[in-house]
Ligand binder design. Structure first.
Ligand code: ATP
Ligand code: MG
Ligand code: MG
Ligand code: MG
Length: 494
């Protein structure tokens, strides 16, 4: 019998509880210092004060030595942004659950590796010869040595040397953002390749889809300062995170997260409501407009939206609300490929609540309100989309290349030259649905360039104006100005 995702989650929590870890509920997906650009993206976010040594003495948090939880994470902005991969690959979601364990100045590398290995191979019974591990290979520029200690630990646990690999900063040095707690890490991967031992290192480095990263064990030792330098933290900590959806795929014997019990029930309702062909399964199709891709994106987005609204966000014009609106618009747009009737997304809310409500009781309280908000937004979306399509057709008629929207034309549309309800975001969705080429990154870069030309004015603007535009904020972030107060709430898509 297949292990359900609920059981997988509870076995994780129980295992660490039995090793003296205290269960800490997931925090909201809205960061405590919300700069409007990213959601909580890892289990460690809520523990940042512990790493930095800034907890209130005597508080519950200051007393924590070992913790375990299952954190709601969303990665659609800031340093960790997976939106482009969502639905196109089988392992990245906008929303996912991170199963995490922590040592706060208590045990360090050895115990962390031993516990992780024991859980995977003895409790979950994943065959050890399907697993491989990576460790930090050092960085001369920053004066960081390779983590030989970590390598030795894996060898002593019994992982053969030909399955222990050094990797560089990008993969094996973890940070939550441009500044903040960080450190070298070691990661456990699952090798699904048929030829189990051939070219593992090369395949790892090339990001071979047959190898899935499962679990990251971070050894928190530094804080990255505003100027990019690394300062040693007052103590050494362990911070681990494993995606529940990926683990569920492994333990349920399927090759795609979308074939687990976390997604299947959502697909069933999509099929019923749309009366379309069933989800085709894990082909990993890269056909951008395939029905299966639409299934995956809508199901993914329905989870993210339900969770975000459960934490009090609503589709809107500013900050995280604007990101919620963007994701919601994308979900509506992909409904096109499935011939979805109005109301599909709203119909998925109870399915998600059913699946996640036990782990996150805050979802159970407000499904009807969420559904009402979605219905109203869908109405607005379709009106705005019609307007945008009109503007787009007009612009394309005047354009020299008929299936391509240039940055200049896009700017004219967004600035209201053709239509006033349009925004760059909607424009890129509209281009996608009409099969028109529009390089939204080039468009954004152009905006950023314009801001770069007058840096001083941006700094003073930050003091004067309540809302900066996206480019102004990005400029400040890149210059290391900490986005802490309300002036940094921006309207990305107005
Ligand atoms: P990847 O290299 O696959 O993008 P990552 O290195 O960015 O993952 P970490 O920051 O190390 O991920 O997060 C810890 C774990 O969380 C990963 O090992 C993975 O199991 C899971 N995870 C990360 N991003 C996602 C995502 N977008 N969707 C689902 N699970 C994820
Ligand atoms: Mg990633
Ligand atoms: Mg990785
Ligand atoms: Mg990782």
């Amino acid at each position: 019998r297949r292990l359900s995702s609920k059981k997988i989650r509870s076995q994780f929590l129980d295992f660490f509880r039995s090793h003296d870890h205290v269960f800490v509920p997931s925090s909201s997906v809205v960061p405590s210092k919300d700069d409007g650009s990213y959601f909580v993206n890892a289990g460690m976010n809520q523990f940042k004060p512990i790493f930095l040594g800034t907890t209130e003495p005597g508080s519950d948090m200051a007393q924590l030595k070992r913790a375990v939880n299952s954190q709601k994470c969303i990665r659609v902005g800031g340093k960790h942004n997976d939106l482009k991969d969502v639905g196109r690959d089988l392992t990245h979601h906008t929303f996912f659950e991170m199963l995490g364990s922590w040592s706060f100045g208590d045990y360090f590398k050895r115990e962390a590796c031993v516990m992780a290995w024991q859980l995977l191979t003895e409790v979950y019974k994943i065959p050890a010869d399907q697993l491989l591990v990576t460790y930090f290979g050092g960085n001369t520029e920053l004066g960081l040595e390779p983590d030989e200690e970590c390598r030795e630990i894996w060898l002593s646990i019994g992982v053969p040397g030909n399955r222990v690999f050094p990797l560089g900063m990008k993969d094996n040095f973890w940070d939550m953002g441009d500044c903040g707690p960080c450190g070298p890490c070691t990661e456990i991967h699952l090798n699904r390749g048929l030829d189990a031992s051939a070219n593992l290192h090369e395949r790892l480095m090339a990001g071979d889809p047959g190898i899935t990263e499962l679990w990251n064990l971070v050894f928190m030792q530094f804080n990255r300062e505003l100027d990019g330098s690394l300062r040693a933290l007052p103590a050494c900590h362990v911070d681990t995170g494993m995606g529940l959806e990926r683990l569920a795929a492994v333990l349920q014997g399927v090759s795609s997260n979308y074939d687990t019990d976390l997604f299947r029930p959502i697909f069933e309702v999509i099929q019923q409501v749309c009366d379309c062909p069933p989800y085709g399964g894990a082909t990993g199709s890269d056909d951008k407009h395939s029905i299966d891709t639409a299934y995956r994106i809508i199901a993914d987005h329905s989870r993210m939206l339900t969770v975000a609204m459960g934490d009090g966000l609503v589709p809107g014009r500013k900050g995280l609300d604007a990101r919620v609106r963007h994701i919601m618009y994308r979900a509506f747009m992909h409904g096109f490929a499935l011939n979805a009737p109005r109301g599909l997304l709203a119909d998925l809310v109870p399915v998600v609540v059913d699946s996640l409500g036990e782990a996150f009781p805050e979802l159970v309280a407000v499904p009807h309100q969420m559904q009402d908000v979605i219905i109203t937004t869908e109405q607005r979306y379709s009106e705005q989309m019609k307007e945008t399509e009109k503007s787009m057709k007009k612009a394309l008629k005047a354009s020299s290349v008929p299936h391509q929207l240039s940055t200049q034309e896009a700017e004219r549309i967004v600035k209201g030259f053709y239509g006033s309800t349009t925004n760059a975001d909607l424009l890129s969705l509209c281009a996608e649905s009409m099969g028109v080429q529009f390089d939204v990154d080039a468009f954004h870069n152009h905006g950023l360039q314009q801001v770069r030309r007058s840096p001083t004015s941006v700094r003073s603007l930050a003091k004067e104006r309540p809302a900066l535009n996206q480019y102004e904020v990005e400029y400040l972030l890149q210059r290391g100005v900490p986005p802490t107060d309300d002036t940094f709430k921006y309207s990305t898509f107005n």
